[in-house]
Design a protein around this ligand. Sequence first.
Ligand SMILES: [Zn+2]
Length: 256
Amino acid sequence: MLLQPSIDPVPVIVEKGGGVSPFVLVCEHAGLAVPAALGDLGLMDDCWKQHIASDLGAKQVARHLAQQLSSALIFQQYSRLVIDCNRTYKAKSLIPEVSHGTEISGNKGLGKMQRMARIDEIHVPFHKEIEHVLETRQRQDIQTILASIHSFTPKLGNEDRPWHIGVQYAKNMTFANIVMRILREDSVLYVGDNQPWPVHEIDDYTIPIHGDGRNIPYVMIEVRQDLIATKETQISWAERLSHTLKRASSEYYSLA
Ligand SMILES: [Zn+2]
């Protein structure tokens, strides 16, 4: 056992939401927890405040958004540096040894058992909860749109990332296209089309497995981190996203 129930937090939190929203929100990179048995993974304190450890501001935006939409939110409590819950088991970055130039000594030379403990105790329960929520809704014939909420750093190495928001998709771009079109009605907003990077169909988990894999409409959204650095901006972005997603869902269902 890696996680000790008396000290370590549970990996996944499901906030059910009170309403009848079609949306199910997922936040894979919300967390900053590290199992006590892993110490600090060999990292300096400063690393835990950076984008490599979690999607800064994403959990707060997702929570406000879930409230506005009255929708369910499922988020991961452990840091993506412990295990990245938006990666498949074969992805190299599942348990990264290096993340954007920072070496993670606590992830080096892991044995099979150590890797399996992180997968079985953190990654598996997270996706089982998503599976459970989506499959229960499907059995009850409830319309569902999956929205995966992330944030991205404004500067990666020497690369400036100018978009305010990125809208991402893999095979099925129908819902994402509606979201992009609505966001672009605000001419000031710079909307990235499958930016800051496209969904990777082999390495990424949530969209390929729960979106395309279940053949349900979905969108992945990334907001630039400097735009959601305060409580006020997190709330105002959640409001913007809530209006956008509500309109996008009515348009989507009117197509059917
Ligand atoms: Zn992310």
